[in-house]
Design a protein around this ligand. Structure first.
Ligand code: DGJ
Length: 723
């Protein structure tokens, strides 16, 4: 038997096993927890023994911990470097490993905090004089292992890094179902499925942002195996490759920074680090979601905000758009106080001479025509009414009609001599340029100080184009250097204002990722506030991100009733976005009752354990979720039907997470659009509820929302309390 050493990294329910043999390292196992690695030597061979054997002939079958160009298996590699000798080939031989407690902070990129321990494996390519370091960081409480790579060029000459992904994993078998999340503006994170039986599936964003088109979160599933889930702590271009290899009968997973246009010149003595990727293994999608939520709340969102209840807000955007003045805003705030709102947010249009989206981005001084006393004075008046004050900014942008552009046209992301592509009439700032970074830090800090903001909405309303910086020698570094510049700005500002609650936003939910969440504890989920569509958007987002991170508002623009809108939006960081001064007294009373209900159950709604019951992406037109608190004494279920309900079979809803042995009171939320005799209430045993034995035949009796734009959308909230 050949000598090899084995390292087993455990989380609460999973194990990741490394086999080190000579200069090679394999990830020989990732799955349910193993109590040990000895044993079943049925054929006289330890199952964790390297497949490489004494030579590298068997490279094809190796579940290598890394792969490079020309390593013999001709699959998509983890790393690709154009070496100083003109070759693309690297052979990184194992040198040593060590286990350190906690995580290893990254200098310029966001990474998860409060880790248990980190395994660092070092390799060396003697010919190229380049070291590879792999970091496997364990978060046992939520079964997550974070992985990242670092290259260190010890040679004298420059090399060019063409690709450095964050994570490589090879899992047994092919034919995995890949579940990933895609969309567009107003249709973010819709669940899609594809089985990868042969060849490679590529998921990617090339927009410069993590994007609504393809979220970096995805799962690989197989009956009898379970679900592997992956995500990335990064907000820019990303790429995920899932390659089914017929010869090895394995599936290789690679995920990380996209190699689109990447050409990173690594000088002698320099290092290059990948973003941190995360992976977890679980029995089911439901378990993946639970653990991903735990991970985001405990290890991504800053400690100060992890369980800080989020205030009910009123945002003026959909109520006024650009058309407001101080008088109008104070009138909105007055009504907001009456109905129980806690935070007033002033959105776009308060600065420069901005009356529409054609001007003023970059001019972060007060629009005195709209705010005669200025922003600070408005904020003081709003606070005097008993509300907190929040402000909108879009720091990464510049309008050509702005003082900033007139003074510094070179700050815009544009190529000299070429007409830049405009989106929403605006250009992006060249955040690669340190001078531009400093400008943004100064201006945005000044805005926050000027109005004493409790909350900041950080928007970003276009994709990247015309990537160019006069300060950058090598254009192949642009996309990633933009992210590094952005993270420097965000880190600096959030550290200067540690108590301010930041919400990221990007034309709705175009940058909903763990990188932004690391600095900004919540993100605006979508500009689509019509509840029929929003159910899908929120359910898709909830696969990987917790309720407290998801900004969700009731707005005025669709005909659906306020009650249906509330039932959907309350499963998140909740607020309103409409002209409350135009609402009738009856509507205000409805909102007031909704806010009372939300506040009463806020902790549960924002931080309870979320279980998906029926998926809107399934065939039966149902969506249902239940949120249960830690000791199972309380829960709220969201039930939604979108198909024609007439003459349908009795509707049964199998709940989960409730205490099988306990009795619960079951109370449907009273809705203004429901007659009292349609409101269900009673008592039931937890096991009866968990096993779907209660027929809710008449659950949607008397439903008012059978409107053309939403089909037969009907929703209810049911509250369970242990008695
Ligand atoms: C896009 C955001 O998603 C909206 O909520 C709003 O803030 C607008 N930008 C303002 O321009």
């Amino acid at each position: 038997m050949l000598n090899c050493s084995i390292i087993k990294l455990d989380t609460l329910n999973t194990s990741l096993v490394f086999t080190i043999y000579g200069k090679n390292v394999e990830l020989t196992y990732y799955g349910s927890k193993l109590s040990g690695t000895d044993g079943f030597a049925v054929d006289g061979r330890n199952p964790f023994e390297s497949e490489w054997g004494a030579s590298n002939d068997h490279y094809f079958t190796a579940k290598a911990s890394y792969s490079s160009v020309g390593d013999g298996n001709a699959m998509e590699p983890l790393v690709s470097i154009l070496n100083a000798d003109g070759s693309f080939v690297n052979r990184f031989g194992y040198v040593k490993h060590e286990m350190v407690s906690g995580g290893e902070e990254m200098s310029a990129l966001p990474c998860a905090h409060s880790a248990d321990r980190t395994l660092i494996i070092e390799y060396y390519d003697d010919v190229a004089d380049i070291a590879l370091k792999q970091y496997y960081t364990v978060f046992s409480d939520c079964d997550v292992i974070a992985v990242r790579q670092q290259l260190i060029n010890n040679g004298k000459d420059c090399v060019s890094v063409k690709r450095l992904f964050s994570l490589q994993l090879e899992i047994d078998g092919t034919g995995y179902k890949c579940v990933s999340f895609h969309g567009a503006w107003g249709r973010e994170r819709f669940r899609k499925e594809l089985t990868v039986s042969a060849g490679a599936l590529e998921l990617q964003s090339m927009t410069g942002h993590s994007s609504a088109m393809t979220n970096p979160f995805f799962m690989l599933e197989k009956r009898g195996v379970g679900a592997y889930a992956f995500n990335l702590i990064y907000s820019g271009n990303h790429k995920e490759l899932i390659e089914a290899q017929a010869f090895t009968d394995n599936t290789r997973v690679l995920t990380g920074l996209s190699d689109y246009c990447l050409d990173w010149i690594l000088k002698g003595g320099e290092s290059f680090e990948s973003p941190q990727a995360v992976m977890l293994f679980a029995d089911s999608e439901r378990e993946v979601t639970l653990q991903m939520h735990e991970f985001a709340m405990k290890h991504i969102v800053g400690r100060a905000f992890a369980d800080m209840e989020r205030p009910v807000l009123l945002n003026n955007w959909e109520g006024t758009y650009f058309n407001f003045n101080e008088k109008k805003l104070l009138a909105l705030a007055e009504k907001a106080v009456e109905i129980g709102v806690e935070l007033f947010v002033l959105d776009d249009g308060w600065f420069g001479h901005r009356d529409d989206d054609t001007s003023s981005l970059g001019d972060w001084y007060d629009n005195k025509r709209k705010l005669n006393g200025g922003l600070g004075s408005l904020a003081d008046k709003i606070r005097a009414m008993g509300l907190k004050f929040g402000i909108w900014v879009e720091p990464e942008m510049i309008s050509e009609d702005s003082d900033l552009f007139r003074a510094h046209p070179e700050y815009a992301m544009a190529i000299p001599g070429r007409e830049p592509i405009r989106r929403r009439h605006q250009l992006m700032l060249d955040l690669v340029n340190p001078e531009v970074q400093d400008y943004v830090i100064k201006e945005i800090s000044d805005v926050i100080e000027r109005c004493g903001a409790y909350y900041v909405k950080w928007d970003c309303n276009r994709f990247m184009s015309d990537m160019y910086s006069p300060t950058l020698e090598n254009p192949g570094e642009y996309f990633h250097r933009y992210e590094l510049g952005l993270y420097r700005i965000i880190k600096e500002i959030t550290q200067r204002f540690p108590e301010v609650l930041f919400e990221s936003c990007s034309s709705g939910g175009n940058r909903f990722d763990l990188g932004m969440l690391r600095y900004m504890p919540q993100a605006w989920c979508s500009d689509m506030t019509e509840p029929g569509h929003r159910v899908s958007i929120q359910e898709g987002t909830l696969y990987a991100y917790p309720q407290s991170a998801i900004g969700a508002h009731v707005a005025a623009w669709s005909n659906t009733s306020f009650e249906t809108k509330f039932n959907v939006a309350c499963i998140g960081a909740f607020g309103y976005e409409l002209d409350v001064t135009a609402c009738s007294e009856a509507e205000l009373q409805v909102m007031k009752a909704q806010i009372e209900y939300y506040k009463e159950h806020r902790h549960l709604l924002q931080f309870g354990r979320y279980f998906r019951l029926d998926s809107i992406f399934g065939d039966d037109g149902k969506s249902s979720w239940i949120i249960v608190n830690d000791d199972k004494s309380e829960a709220i279920a969201f039930l939604c039907a979108t198909k024609e309900l007439n003459n349908s079979k009795p509707s049964k809803w199998s709940f989960t997470g409730l205490d099988d042995d306990a009795m619960y009171s079951v109370e449907m939320r009273r809705q203004a659009n429901l007659k009292d005799d349609f409101v269900i209430s009673g008592k039931a045993n937890g096991s009866v509820l968990n096993n779907g034995l209660i027929s809710f035949r008449d659950l949607f009796r008397g439903e008012a929302d059978r409107l053309p734009c939403t089909g037969t959308l009907a929703t209810r909230l049911i509250y369970f309390k242990k008695i």
